[in-house]
Ligand binder design. Structure first.
Ligand code: PSU
Ligand code: MN
Length: 312
C-alpha cells in the first residue's frame, strides 16, 4: 500500500531509474538554486553544465523538482528550462510546502535543500550537490529565522556537498545548531567552514578529509548503524574564482539593511538577499557562484561513485 502511494507521487527520469536499479552512482541537485538563486539564462546554463560535470565523472545527475503534480527525481533539459524561465514565479518548496505543491498539477515547484533531501531519500539517492545550504540567519535571536534545511539535515540520510554557507547567515550559530543535532561537517581539504564566495571563515569544521573514499566510508558507517541524519561536506571555492571578501561583505551588509527596511521576512528573505548581492556586485558574485557549484558537483560525483561501490 505504502509503495503504491509513493509511486503515485514520485516520478523518475528513465536515466535515473536505470542507474538506481543497477546501483550506479547518482547525484541529486536542487532546483531553487535555478529558480530563485540565479537569474535567467545563467541559471539554466549552469544547471545543464553541472549535469554535464557529473556525467563526465561517470555518475548520473538527478535534478529534483515538482512538475505535473509529481515529485520528480531527474528533470530533462526542457523541464530545467521551464523552471529557469519561470524563475521566482515558481513555488519555493520546502518540507512544509510539499503536499500543497502536489495538489496543483500546473504548479512549477522548485525544491530547496530540505525538500531535495526528502525527495532524494524517497528515491534512494544518498549524495546531493548544491551551492550553499540554508542556516541560522544573522539576528536569529530576534527574528527566529532558521532555515528548515538544518532540521532536514538532522533527520534525513543524505550527504550534502556545498561551499559552506553565505555570510548572509551566522555561520557560527549554524555550526552550533548542526552540532546539537549530531550532523557532522566535513571540510574537504579545509579546517574551517568556507563562506561560499570566499574560501575561509573563522569557524572550524568537525573533520578534515582529503578524499571521497574516506567520506563514503563515513556515510556507510553512519547509516549502517542507524545513525539517521545528513552530513555536510564543505568544499571551498577554487582559488582562482574566490571573490574579493571586502566587496562581498559590503554587498551582504547593504542587502541585509535593505531587507530590514523593506520588512522582508519568511521564505522571501533568502531569495531577496541572493538577488540583491548579485545586483550590487554587478554579476561578479554570480560568476563565483557558478564556478563553485560546478566544483561541488565534481566532488559529489566522486563521492557518489565511492559510496555506491560500498553498497555492492
Ligand atoms: N543559499 C544559496 N543559494 C541558494 C539557497 C541558499 O547560497 O539558492 C536556496 C537553497 O535552495 C536553500 C534555500 O535550501 O535557499 C534556503 O532558503 P531558506 O533560508 O528560506 O530556508
Ligand atoms: Mn527562513
Amino acid at each position: 500500500m505504502k509503495t503504491l502511494q509513493l509511486e503515485e507521487h514520485l516520478s523518475f527520469a528513465p536515466e535515473v531509474r536505470a542507474a538506481l536499479d543497477e546501483n550506479r552512482p547518482v547525484v541529486a541537485l536542487e532546483s531553487t538554486i535555478v529558480s530563485h538563486g540565479m537569474p535567467f539564462p545563467e541559471n539554466v546554463e549552469t544547471a545543464l553544465q553541472v549535469e554535464a560535470v557529473i556525467r563526465e565523472q561517470g555518475a548520473v545527475p538527478a535534478t529534483i523538482g515538482i512538475l505535473n503534480g509529481k515529485l520528480c527525481a531527474g528533470l530533462d533539459a526542457q523541464q530545467i528550462e521551464q523552471l529557469g524561465k519561470t524563475g521566482k514565479k515558481s513555488l519555493k518548496v520546502s518540507r512544509r510546502d510539499i503536499p500543497f505543491a502536489l495538489i496543483d498539477r500546473t504548479a512549477v515547484g522548485a525544491t530547496t535543500v530540505a525538500s531535495t533531501m526528502i525527495v532524494a531519500q524517497l528515491a534512494g539517492i544518498s549524495v546531493f550537490a548544491t551551492g550553499g545550504i540554508g542556516g541560522v540567519h544573522r539576528g536569529a535571536e530576534t527574528s527566529f529565522d532558521i532555515s528548515a534545511d538544518l532540521q532536514e539535515l538532522a533527520n534525513t540520510n543524505v550527504a550534502v556537498v556545498c561551499a559552506g554557507a553565505k555570510s548572509i547567515l551566522d555561520i557560527g550559530l549554524t555550526a552550533e545548531y548542526l552540532e546539537t543535532y549530531g550532523v557532522p561537517v566535513i571540510g574537504y581539504n579545509t579546517d574551517c567552514w568556507p563562506a561560499f564566495y570566499t574560501r575561509k571563515s573563522e569557524f572550524p569544521v568537525d573533520y578534515v578529509m582529503d578524499n571521497t573514499a574516506d567520506m563514503a566510508a563515513v556515510l556507510n558507517n553512519k547509516w549502517t548503524l542507524g545513525l539517521d541524519g545528513g552530513v555536510v561536506v564543505c568544499v571551498p571555492v577554487p582559488h582562482e574564482y574566490e571573490h574579493d571578501a571586502d566587496v562581498i561583505n559590503a554587498a551582504i551588509n547593504s542587502a541585509l539593511q535593505e531587507m530590514e527596511q523593506k520588512a522582508i521576512t519568511g521564505k522571501a528573505s533568502t531569495p531577496f538577499l541572493l538577488a540583491r548581492i548579485s545586483e550590487i556586485t554587478g554579476g561578479s558574485s554570480l560568476a563565483t557562484n557558478i564556478q563553485l557549484v560546478m566544483n561541488n558537483a565534481l566532488l559529489a560525483a566522486n563521492l557518489a561513485k565511492d559510496y555506491s561501490a560500498l553498497q555492492l
